[in-house]
Design a protein around this ligand. Structure first.
Ligand code: ATP
Ligand code: MG
Length: 509
């Protein structure tokens, strides 16, 4: 770890911010030093993004001060924040989908200062150069054609072109592959060495401990503690976050005999013209099945194909012994087979709708009265019960989902799946952006559902999660199942081997 220069560049003093009755920040103090990478950790809804939105001028504090270079400043807008040298990579992607990568990056620079004297061609070239450090994607492609992880890289490149002194990254790696994340960490350290200060928000302890200099923990809108990472352990951070000791991160695996001979899902010879080929597997009652693979291997495509969400699929699918003839995803829901999307903002939740109506959205007839009209009372009762189960942190159930913190939005997406009493759930990156406490709650719920006979299939890029939660893991490579692991064989090395080796000797258990 590098020697950190001692000057404090940014100081937050006794800062508070409420949203109606919700006290998002309560008398927060925080210091950022020049040239340090400062991690911020805290449970979902702890106030991390709110503090960053205040520093970026998106939100105005109710009270308290922001001191930049020793002078109290009022940051009245993001444009002003940019002029002060503050760059912000948001938790949620906010790009213009219909223009190119290069233009998206370059727009950020022209926002700050517009002048006839500007050399736009040069700026665009610079934007492209910055992006090339991060990715080998052609900068002329339209953003809407990029995967989520690549869109995230564009967001990062946008902030990097701004020539900032303070760079804020709010959970930037949630959607990145391991390699992309490592590239980003390299760039971050480089910037820090040049004296740029970085605020790095993450739920992943490994990232914090491998790449950051200091870490501050927030809980319930308050700053709890700041430490050098060299002086503490990951478990100290987790305990400070949740205010209690968490020892068992993962639930028990299926007990001896809990996995029955009965088959919940059977897939045979499933293919899609370009995306996957000859996929066959079974899921037993009581079992949690994982699907691993590199990004782009076809994991999401396969489960979306099974539910008829996309693709021109051939092959056979049986659910609890019944051969399915689904025409579309609505048919799949009717049969009790649902899919939790990895793209929360795109098709997981409706941000402008209330929490309660999101939860009931898949099967509104469950909360409708005799005339088919939605009954708000029934809707809220359902959301209330599921919200309690998932430890959802919100003001009122009639608030829009957009008012929730990122991790709590994810819990709404999960509640939406559970509301239809499914017989089989495919969960695609279910705990992305979810804090450690809530994550283990969700894992426990999955195990309980499996014990109740609900089929559970989990796709995750986080191998420890798959290994911790699943009884068996299928590995997908280039649109085919390259093997599976179970029991003792479930190790990161074995899974990575099956996911990447070209002519894998598939060691099917
Ligand atoms: N625009 C808003 N309107 C109402 N409430 C809000 C708004 N923005 C945030 N909140 C509330 O403020 C609290 C803090 O939210 P914040 O987004 O800062 O959490 P966070 O620490 O970033 O969590 P996460 O890890 O889930 O992203 C939450 O209770 C959230 O519901
Ligand atoms: Mg947040």
């Amino acid at each position: 770890m590098n020697i950190v220069m001692q000057d404090v560049i940014l100081k937050i003093e006794n800062l508070s911010k409420s949203f109606g009755p919700v006290k998002a920040l309560r008398g927060v103090n925080f210091e950022l030093k020049k040239g340090e990478i400062h991690a911020i950790a805290g449970e979902n809804g702890a106030g991390k993004s709110t503090l960053m939105n205040v520093i970026d001028g998106i939100l105005q504090p109710d009270s308290g001060d922001i001191v930049l270079d020793g002078k109290a400043v009022k940051i009245s807008s993001p444009t002003m924040a940019q002029q002060l040298g503050i760059g912000f990579v948001h938790q949620e992607i906010a790009l213009c989908p219909d223009v190119s990568v290069a233009e998206n990056i370059f727009m950020a620079t022209t926002n700050v200062s517009r002048s006839w004297l500007m050399d736009y061609k040069k700026l665009e070239r610079e934007a492209v150069d910055v992006f090339r450090q991060l990715s080998d994607i052609d900068p002329s492609v339209l953003v809407k054609n990029l995967s989520i992880s690549n869109q995230q890289l564009v967001e990062i490149a946008k902030a990097l072109t701004l020539d900032c002194r303070i760079l804020i990254l709010d959970e930037p790696t949630a959607a990145l592959t391991e390699t992309e994340a490592q590239t980003l960490f390299g760039i971050m350290r480089n910037l820090a060495d040049q004296g740029i200060s970085i605020i790095y928000i993450s739920h992943r302890m490994v990232e914090i401990f491998d790449n950051c200099d200091r870490v501050s923990v927030f809980r319930d809108g308050q700053h709890i503690v700041t430490n050098d990472v060299a002086d503490i352990q990951p478990s100290d951070v987790v305990n400070a976050m949740v205010g209690r000791v968490i020892d068992n991160l993962y639930p028990e695996k299926a007990a001896e005999g809990a996995i029955s001979e009965e088959t919940v899902l059977k897939v045979k010879g499933l293919s899609e013209v370009t995306r996957f080929h000859d996929v066959s597997f079974e899921l037993k009652k009581g079992e949690i099945l994982g699907i691993a693979g590199l990004i782009g291997a076809g994991r999401s495509e396969i489960v979306k194909g099974i539910c008829q969400l996309e693709g021109d699929v051939t092959g056979d699918v049986w659910l609890n012994g019944e051969k399915l003839a689904l025409r579309n995803y609505q048919d799949s829901i009717a049969k009790g087979m649902v899919y939790l999307s990895e793209d929360r903002k795109g098709d997981g939740v409706f941000l402008d709708m209330s929490i309660a109506s999101n939860v009931s959205a898949l099967k509104v007839e469950q909360v409708a009265g005799p005339l088919g009209l939605i009954q708000t009372g029934a809707e809220e009762a359902q959301a209330e019960a599921l919200g309690r189960k998932l430890n959802l942190k919100c003001g009122s159930l009639s608030d829009p989902v957009s008012s929730l913190s990122g991790g709590n939005q994810q819990k709404v997406a999960i509640a939406k799946m559970l509301s239809v009493n499914p017989r089989l759930i495919f969960l695609d990156e279910p705990t992305r952006g979810v804090d450690v406490g809530a994550k283990s709650e969700i894992h426990k719920i999955l195990r309980d559902l499996a014990n109740d006979g609900v089929g559970i299939v989990v796709i995750s890029s986080e191998l420890p999660e798959l290994i911790g939660v699943c009884d068996r893991v299928l590995v997908v490579r280039e649109g085919r199942i390259s093997g599976q692991v179970t029991g003792e064989e479930m190790t990161e090395e074995n899974i990575m081997h099956l996911a990447s080796v070209t002519d894998a000797q598939a060691s099917v258990a």
